[in-house]
Design a protein around this ligand. Structure first.
Ligand code: C2E
Ligand code: CA
Ligand code: CA
Length: 321
């Protein structure tokens, strides 16, 4: 109809590259559409609706238009509510860490575990991290939450270390791996907090490991490389999570002192039936080992997957199994 034709015309007109001085420049448009008086009767209501519809168009990949719908309003409301609840969650101890063992395939022993964040909401029950972490990131709460995660993980590993023979503390291999959000590397104080806490307790850097995603290595933000450097200087190993799903950054692997790669679950799932997935896992293991990097397979659910990974020379295995 007319509205959509006009919106499409605007988007394609803006989509054309143009010269800015001597450079070729590109812009894209995201358009939110709301109808008067169907969706709202005041100027304020209409602007708010159009704004929400525009954010919806951006989230859907930009360079497109989107209509306002009442469910967007509900969605925005729910996120806002979740933000309020999250602030309370930290203060009231509703967050906890669960530890998934990381099996050393060579020795068959478990000295490492990954900390996975859980939120027990007082009325909604358990909310998965995939739902509340994006909200925490968006609302600027991730540094506080991530700081809490670091602190709890360190307290736990300190408790575990206390069970190791007192005369052999220097060789204690116990390690907790924690997930970190990109925002914790580009701003905030949770990395400082982590390093300060380790120093205050006299713990070696290697009793924690930090898991980041591939995309972060490509981030040109100067803070990212600086923070990675500080972790390396303190002896805190860095793991690349979900390896193989993002933009690969082979050159960065070496330059940035990466300790471990985690093969993403999506390659492990069909490992025993899909020769392509097995080949990818084997190639990642071979490449990592040539670079002196260790490999963890994640999402291992069956003994068969585990034994294939063992045959392929994978160092560690982690998952529901
Ligand atoms: P991730 O780091 O890739 O964590 C692995 C996820 O896979 C976890 O889900 C875990 O429960 C699940 N998983 C483990 N083994 C298996 C398996 O054998 N099969 C299947 N199907 N799934 C398995 P979870 O705990 O819901 O965490 C989801 C994501 O949330 C994590 O993905 C991580 O990106 C993020 N996350 C969790 N805790 C934190 C945290 O403390 N801070 C930050 N920033 N992110 C976190
Ligand atoms: Ca992880
Ligand atoms: Ca992962």
């Amino acid at each position: 109809d007319l509205i959509e034709r006009i919106a499409s015309d605007i988007i394609s007109a803006l989509d054309r590259p143009f010269m800015l001085g001597n450079d070729l420049a590109y812009v894209s448009a995201s358009i939110g559409i709301t109808l008067y008086p169907r969706d709202g009767e005041t100027l304020a209501a209409i602007l708010k609706n159009a704004d929400q519809a525009m954010y919806h168009a951006k989230d859907a990949g930009r360079n497109r238009f989107s209509y306002y719908s009442p469910s967007m309003q509900e969605h925005a409301q729910a996120r806002l509510q979740m933000g309020t609840d999250l602030r309370a969650a930290l203060a009231e101890g509703q967050l906890s860490l669960h530890y998934q063992p990381i099996l050393d395939l060579t020795s068959g022993q478990v000295f490492k575990a990954e900390a996975l964040l859980r939120w027990q909401h007082p009325t909604l029950g358990e909310i998965p991290p995939t739902e509340f972490i994006p909200v925490a990131e968006e609302l600027g709460l991730i540094d506080a939450i991530g700081g809490w995660v670091f602190e709890s993980a360190i307290a736990t590993v300190a408790r575990w270390r206390a069970l190791w023979p007192a005369d052999d503390q220097a060789n204690c291999p116990l390690q907790i791996s924690v997930n970190a959000s990109p925002r914790q590397f580009t701003g905030g104080r949770s990395i400082d907090g982590l390093l300060a806490r380790l120093a205050a307790l006299g713990l070696p850097g290697h009793c924690v490991a930090i898991e980041i995603t591939e995309g972060m290595l490509l981030d040109k933000h100067p803070a990212v490389a600086a923070q990675l450097g500080r972790l390396a200087a303190a002896g805190v190993p860095v793991t690349i999570d979900d390896f193989g799903t993002g933009y690969s950054a082979m050159a960065y692997l070496k330059r940035l002192d990466i300790d471990t790669l985690k093969i993403d679950r999506s390659f492990i799932r069909d490992l025993t039936t899909d020769p392509g997935d097995l080949a990818i896992a084997e190639a990642i293991i071979a490449m990592a080992h040539k670079l002196g990097i260790q490999v963890v397979a994640e999402g291992v659910e069956t003994l068969e997957q585990q034994s294939r990974l063992n045959d392929a020379g994978c160092d560690y295995s982690q998952g529901f199994l």
